[in-house]
Design a protein around this ligand. Structure first.
Ligand SMILES: *Cc1c(COP(=O)(O)O)cnc(C)c1O
Length: 397
């Protein structure tokens, strides 16, 4: 095999490929244009239509769409009653928003370690960290693989905790034959462009619980209601509304909703293609002892949002950073998901110390997110496999 590009070989490809990219077709563009020509740019018919569609796709009773996945997490924590003094257990291997949502409510994020093979939050660690102050668990379906919902839900029921699933990666995945979004107390989604389905920005909270649903509607829009049955006073007239809680403006526009509806029509093909790519990567990388392939629990039928290449440092003469740079030299432009949340200066200043979650910290040292998105060609997939193989073989110990 040829030398890696980083030590003078010819790059596997001459154009760069990135770790993620949205897929927008003419139908997507047309529905957005149609909204722009209509009467409603926000609070219009597309919002209810999207919420209905999310319920149909996931089996959840209610959906509340909002401006982004972070807003969805904030509202879910509020609806769960998370308040100052409470603790919220989450994983450090996630985007910062999964812990920030507890801070928004004045609560304290508590980091549980991960399972070293699936990389998802370890239920045993959640159980060990639960105390009288614990109010909720924010469990992240990292890479799109479902967390162990049975065990987490049983624990939350027993201890009167609210299970919030951060499902920013999970759309298209099911757990024990049921779609994620219909199982936890609340499941949040994100429609950021790197996610499987996009609206530019966008989010949603899914729930089967009426009380959470009513609260989420209020929090999305300033805590204001026009529903007379919820009002404290008699309406002054037909224009009347009341603010009965402290909410935000976390509304989604109709342009975003229309785009997401159109994207959701493609979810089955998005999902199928992602599964194909993951299968090709897994098959290629399983053969290389220098690499570790993410383990999948049998309960999860996963639509993968991210593909995590994990190196085994004891079998390589280079580290993750050098592997990452070697891939970049082949024009395979990757990313790393994620830096443990409590490594950030903001969290360090709050008093979190390195060493808190050893398995998560070890994982962070060994991972690279490879390109994975619907629009990848077979040639792109082959290039990634060839580049990874070339580097892993050249630098094996
Ligand atoms: C993307 C993401 C979020 C935040 O979603 P936004 O829509 O970008 O606000 C939260 N949690 C996880 C795990 C994510 O990947």
């Amino acid at each position: 095999m040829d030398k890696p590009a980083i030590c003078g070989g010819t790059p596997i490809r001459d154009t760069k490929i990135f770790y993620g990219h949205q897929y927008i077709d003419d139908a997507d563009i047309q529905v957005v244009v149609d909204v722009l020509k209509s009467d409603y740019l926000t609070c219009g018919p597309k919002i209810g239509e999207l919420e209905k569609k999310l319920c149909e796709i996931t089996g959840a009773k209610h959906a509340v769409v909002c401006s982004n996945g972070t807003a969805a997490l904030h509202m879910a924590c509020q609806a769960a009653g998370v308040a100052p003094g409470d603790e919220v257990i989450t994983t450090p291997i996630t985007f910062a928003a999964s812990a920030n949502c507890a801070l928004y409510c004045g609560a304290i994020p508590v980091f549980a370690d991960i399972n070293e093979e699936t990389y998802n939050i370890d239920p045993a660690n959640v159980e060990a960290l639960t105390c009288k102050k614990t109010k909720a668990v924010v469990a992240v379906d990292y890479t799109g693989q479902s967390v162990e919902l049975d065990r987490l839900l049983a624990h939350c029921r027993k201890n009167n905790l609210v299970l919030i699933e951060d499902g920013a990666h999970v759309i298209g995945t099911s757990y024990n034959g049921k779609k994620n979004g219909s199982i936890a107390d609340m499941t949040t989604l994100s429609f950021h462009p790197v996610k499987t389905v996009t609206g530019g920005e966008g989010g949603a909270v899914l729930t089967n619980n009426e009380e959470y649903y009513r609260k989420l509607l209020l929090y999305r829009s300033h805590g204001i209601t026009r529903d007379v049955s919820l009002m404290e006073n008699e309406p002054d007239g037909p224009w009347y509304y009341e603010q009965i809680a402290l909410g935000m403006n976390y509304r989604m526009t109709d342009m975003q909703a229309a785009l997401i509806i159109s994207q959701l029509d493609k979810l089955p093909v998005f999902s199928a293609r992602r599964k194909e790519i993951v299968k090709a990567y897994d098959e290629a990388f399983q053969k290389l002892p220098q690499l570790f392939v993410q383990k999948e629990i049998p309960q999860s039928d996963t639509t993968r949002h991210l593909y995590i290449l994990r190196i085994r440092p004891e079998k390589l003469s280079i580290d993750r950073k050098q592997f990452f740079e070697a891939l970049a030299a082949e024009n395979i432009c990757c990313n790393v998901h994620y830096i443990p949340t409590y490594y950030f200066p903001y969290y360090q200043k709050l008093g979190y110390k390195r060493g808190l979650c050893p398995k998560a910290e070890k994982l962070y040292e060994e991972i690279i997110s490879l390109p994975l998105y619907y629009g990848m060609t077979d040639r792109d997939v082959k290039d990634v496999i060839d580049a990874v193989t070339r580097i892993a073989v050249y630098y094996q110990k």
